[in-house]
Design a protein around this ligand. Sequence first.
Ligand SMILES: O=C(O)CCC(=O)C(=O)O
Length: 228
Amino acid sequence: MFVPDAGPARPVEIAPGAVRVPGWLTAERQRELVTACRAWARGPVPLRHTALPNGGVMSVRTVCLGWHWQPYRYSRTADDVNGARVADFPGWLTELGRAALVAAYGESGEAGGTGPAARSYTPDTALINFYDGAARMGMHQDKEERSSAPVVSLSIGDSCLFRLGNTRTRGRPYTDVRLVSGDLFVFGGPARLAYHGVPKVFPGTAGPETGMRGGRLNITLRETGLTG
Ligand SMILES: O=C(O)CCC(=O)C(=O)O
C-alpha cells in the first residue's frame, strides 16, 4: 500500500552510495506514516529520550520496531525503557524499503555494485526519531548492524540540515544537504558507514499536509543481520 506513485522524484547522488530522492513520499503516504508512527509511539514501548552511557540523554525522542536500539546494541526488549518487547516490524515497511532501494539505485537496487538486490533487502528494524525544533543528532556511524545492507531514511515534517560525512572521522570532509518533508535518503555501499548527523531542524517549515502539528519525523530502516 505504500509503494510510491510513478512521479517526478529523481535520485541525486550526494556521494558514492549516498542518494537523496526529493519528494519521494506523496502527501498521502506521509500522512499514513505519521498515523502509523503515532500508534507506535503509544506502545508497547513509548517514545523516549535515549539515555547515553555518559549520563546524558539524546535530544531526539525515539521508538523502535523489530529490534530495540540502545547505545550501542540491539535487543528484542526495551531494557533501558520499560522492558517490553518492541512492536513487530510490519511487512509493508519491508516493501517500502525495497521500493526505496529501487528509487535510489535503480532496478537492481545495488549501491555501487556492492549492495544487495532490492528484492532481497529485508530490513528488520526501524528507528523512528522525532525532533522538536531544538533537537539535534550528533555525528555518528550506524555500525551496530552485522549486515552491510543500506540504510533507508525517510523525512516527514519540518526540514532539517542533514550532514553526510566520511567513513573515517566525525569532521570534514562532509556534505550538508537540506532534507524536506517527503524526501528519501539512502546510504549504502561505500557510504554505509559514513558518519552522519542532523545539526539543525528548521521549525515551521512543514506544510499542513502531513498532519503533523510541528517537528520532524525521521524513519530509518535497517537490516540488523541478527537472529532470535
Ligand atoms: O534524522 C535523520 O535524518 C538521521 C537519523 C539517524 O542518523 C539515525 O537514526 O541514526
